[in-house]
Design a protein. Structure first.
Lengths: 306, 318
């Protein structure tokens, strides 16, 4: 994480190159510390990075077209030609699992970027202003939290109709209350601190205090929350796909591949069940453990709070 | 205590009203056209303008929204949960027929999660960073990442391959056929129970580690009590308070989690009905089921709060 320094706080006589270099050194130093303090999290962080790379480079990595059926190889178990086997209409399962990471990661990232961020900003505003706005916000958040995540996401996804955008919106809405709660609690304790009072005394506007003085302190809890939410969002996306309200076929997602396997006959072939689920598990595990590591480093006090 | 109960219930009633508004907004205002859902896009285009208007009026969808909302609430208050587009059975009958199975799964899974989670946490917390602690911590992190419905599919497949066994697809009631009932219920209960056990083990471990360091535990040890009774009677009851809260919250999530899990096992419970309603885009059934789930969720939260207040006088007297 890089912290943006205020421009005037440093003496400006040092050459820009040195600043650049020291920043690079700080990033390297931070990465090294991360590896030393929690090697397990760092390892799983690398796996998470590998999964992201896999999603980006899917067309290069996938041995076959994910949508092309090969009618000479239908429902074939794993072999030399198809490492993960083929499904009932002859599509290569390995290629579909690789392409499936795109849907999962896009939805998870989109949901967290919209939902957790919107919730966090809302929590920032309601914690800072307090009063009636805060009470109203707390009620709305409580109503939203009266639904189990999956049920709310299902209802919204069904009402809006299946598609990429609707799944992102559906999951994002379930993330809002969590972002709101956590960040509001942080802001409530921050706004009583004397440096905020000092800023107010100097005549800073509300917007300036919120953005320049309080927001930077919320970055750590936000990052921790966001990485945890990535894992949750991936599981909800898979469940929506499995229930048939996620991203509709033929676009491969891990959830709709699992749903598809149930249509492959009375007994689903084991390779159609095993590999997509394994992909979900490894991805979620990677993001969860990465989140744990980030939390330990940024703020050990938040252990269990988020 | 009584004023606490009354305050909590009044607050719960307010939440239920808020929840009903959200359900109504999501399922009645957002969708494009319910007739498309009933007749399908093709059937919809074949209908004439007049027919469309007549169907909308029949379904009560052409009235102003707040009239529709009040009518829905009034129907529910009279115990009328409406009817599916596609089935003869009313939604109320369906809830009564299928609900008990899902409730059974939920209760069984909570019992299982305590039976697995708490002993694991005790073993973990008494020897932190030992091999056993590390293994159980890894397993609990793993089970947080495993989607329950996938685990369910794997169990169904394994039972089929290894024993050629498949659970019956009808749901006999607990009283008439306990053995058949158990066969249907046990699979989802184990899957959902393990998922909760992971959370419970994590929470109970950290809570127990904190409590063990308290003064009263040291006092009990200092006055000569041996380790076992101190853990069992002094540390554990206090350490388990946050676990009770967590378990209640998890119970609500189990209700939601049972939807894909029941689909994976083919269990004929309420979760499967929810899946059917979603795949048929049956808006009225969906609306009532989502509302039912949310109300149960709110009631469970109240129940948990009251249990905690009953167990912990510090909250009761605040």
């Amino acid at each position: 994480m890089t912290v943006t320094e205020p421009e005037t706080a440093y003496p400006v006589d040092q050459p820009a190159l040195a600043v650049e270099e020291s920043r690079l050194r700080r990033v390297k130093e931070g990465a090294r510390r991360f590896f030393r303090r929690s090697p397990l999290s760092a390892f799983w962080g690398c796996i998470a990075a590998a999964i992201i790379v896999m999603a980006v480079t899917a067309p290069v990595l996938a041995p076959y077209e994910p949508l092309k059926s090969d009618f000479r190889a239908m429902s074939k178990p794993p072999s030399e030609r198809h490492y993960f086997g083929t499904d009932q209409i002859g599509r290569d399962v390995l290629s579909r699992v690789i392409y499936g990471s795109r849907a999962s990661l896009t939805v998870a990232l989109g949901a967290v970027l919209f939902g957790t961020t919107l919730g966090a900003l809302w929590g920032l505003a309601s914690g800072y202003f307090g009063g009636r706005f805060d009470i109203f916000s707390q009620r709305v958040i409580e109503f939203l939290q009266s639904f189990p995540d999956l049920i709310l996401a299902m209802a919204i996804a069904m009402a809006l109709g299946a598609g990429f955008g609707t799944v992102i919106i559906a999951i994002a809405i379930t993330r809002i209350p969590f972002g709101g709660r956590v960040i509001r609690a942080v802001v409530l304790s921050l706004k009583e601190l004397s440096y905020v009072e000092a800023a107010r005394g100097l005549g800073a506007s509300h917007l300036r205090i919120m953005l320049r003085h309080i927001l930077p302190q919320c970055v750590a809890p936000y990052l921790i929350l966001a990485t945890t939410h990535l894992g949750v969002a991936i599981i909800i996306e898979a469940a929506l796909g499995f229930l048939g309200v996620g991203i509709p076929p033929p676009t491969p997602t891990w959830g709709n591949m699992l749903a598809d396997s149930l249509n492959a006959g009375l007994v689903p072939p084991w390779w159609l069940v095993l590999f997509p689920g394994l992909a979900i598990t490894i991805t979620v595990l990677a993001f969860n453990l990465l989140g744990d590591g980030i939390r330990d480093i940024l703020d050990p006090r938040l252990r269990g709070a988020v | 205590m009584y004023s606490y109960i009354i305050r909590r219930l009044a607050f719960g009633a307010l939440t239920v009203i808020g929840v009903s508004i959200i359900v109504f907004i999501v399922l009645r205002i957002l969708p494009g056209d319910p007739l498309v859902a009933i007749f399908g896009p093709e059937g919809f285009t074949k209908l004439s303008e007049a027919e469309r208007a007549r169907y909308m009026a029949d379904l009560g969808l052409s009235d102003p929204l707040f009239v529709q909302y009040l009518r829905w609430i009034g129907d529910i208050a009279r115990g009328n949960f409406g009817r599916s587009f596609f089935r003869a059975e009313s939604v109320g009958e369906m809830m009564l027929r299928r609900g008990p199975l899902t409730a059974e799964i939920a209760v069984l899974s909570v019992i299982l999660s305590w039976l697995v989670g708490v002993p694991v946490a005790i073993v973990s917390a008494l020897r932190p960073n030992s091999l056993g602690d590390n293994v159980s911590r890894f397993l609990s992190i793993l089970f947080l990442a495993v989607p329950g419905f996938w685990l369910g599919m794997l169990i169904v497949l394994a039972a089929l391959f290894l024993f050629g066994y498949r659970a019956p697809l009808t749901g006999p009631s607990l009283l008439s056929d306990p053995w058949g009932n158990l066969q249907v219920v046990i699979g989802p209960a184990v899957v959902l129970g393990l998922g909760q056990a992971a959370y419970i083990a994590r929470m109970a471990r950290s809570s127990l580690l904190e409590v063990i360091r308290e003064d009263y535990v040291r006092t009990a040890r200092a006055k000569g009590l041996s380790r076992r009774p101190v853990i069992a009677f002094h540390a554990l009851p206090n350490a388990l308070l946050p676990v009770v809260t967590l378990s209640g919250i998890l119970l609500g999530f189990v209700l939601a989690g049972s939807i894909p899990v029941e689909r994976a096992f083919g269990t004929p419970g309420l979760g499967y009905a929810m899946f059917t309603a979603v795949s048929e885009r049956d808006i009225f059934v969906m609306q009532n089921l989502v509302f039912l789930y949310a109300v149960v969720f709110v009631l469970l939260n109240i129940l948990v709060d009251l249990t905690i207040a009953w167990l912990d006088p510090r909250i009761r007297y605040r």
